[in-house]
Design a protein around this ligand. Structure first.
Ligand code: E4P
Length: 228
């Protein structure tokens, strides 16, 4: 399972990219709205892509098919590698079909059920983002939905790649991998948490302390004059 970061924050993206674990980035209008409004959005997205390389999903904000297609055309004119993120609506599916015909990859977003995932696959989506955390937030079971999607994909041999999205904690990552998601897109905080374990921290602390003790002992040993 590949890892994307779900962020539009340059500092977070730079840091996560420096760890060498990223295969891409997903953004959405909410993530972009959290950032400095004086920075040109196009510039920011180009910079993000320059940092991470690989996949970058950029979401349209039109709600009609023609508007989505116009936006997609505009986005690929300045970032040809962009994957166009399209909402799971009838208008969105028509846009996905047309973009697939033009060879432009899409990521269908806001998918909350296996039925929606199947619809998106039939429209020709290259990626489908199944939201886990937002389902959990309303008392549903995001991982159960993802599990059903992955089971259907396996049984039917479907090609669209499944992205586990809207992650809230490292267990979402682990379970998404166990269930068979192709990709997980995680907030920076979840990636940070996933890397940590208290036993790693205490283990490292004691290894370093022991090494310093060893160095001190060796220094002392070198100072002791040899008595013949
Ligand atoms: C997916 O691509 C979305 O950007 C994202 O995962 C949304 O997650 P949220 O529920 O944390 O907003």
């Amino acid at each position: 399972m590949r890892l994307f970061v779900d962020s539009a924050n340059l500092e977070e993206i730079r840091t996560a990219a420096s760890w060498g674990i990223l295969s891409g980035v997903t953004t959405n209008p909410t993530l972009l709205a959290k950032e400095d409004p004086t920075v040109d959005i196009r510039q920011r997205l180009k910079e993000i892509h320059a940092i991470v390389g690989g996949h970058i999903s950029i979401e349209v904000v039109s709600t009609d098919t023609a508007g989505m297609l116009r936006e997609a055309e505009e986005i690929v004119s300045w970032l040809p590698e962009a994957v166009i993120k399209i909402p799971m609506t009838p208008e969105g599916m028509a846009a996905v079909r047309e973009l697939a015909r033009q060879g432009i990859p899409t990521n269908v977003t806001l998918v909350f059920s296996p039925a929606q995932a199947l619809i998106a696959a039939n429209a020709g989506a290259r990626f489908i983002s199944v939201f886990l955390g937002r389902l959990d937030d309303i008392g549903a079971d995001g991982l159960q939905v993802l599990g059903t999607v992955c089971e259907i994909w396996e049984r039917q041999g479907l090609e669209a790649e499944i992205i586990a999205a809207s992650l809230r904690h490292p267990m979402h990552l682990v379970e998404a991998a166990r269930l068979g998601a192709d990709i997980a897109t995680a907030p920076f905080r979840v990636l940070q948490q996933a890397m940590k374990h208290p036993l790693t921290e205490s283990g490292l602390h004691s290894f370093l302390a022991d090494y310093h003790r060893l160095q001190e002992a060796q220094a002392r040993a070198r100072q002791v004059p040899l008595v013949l």
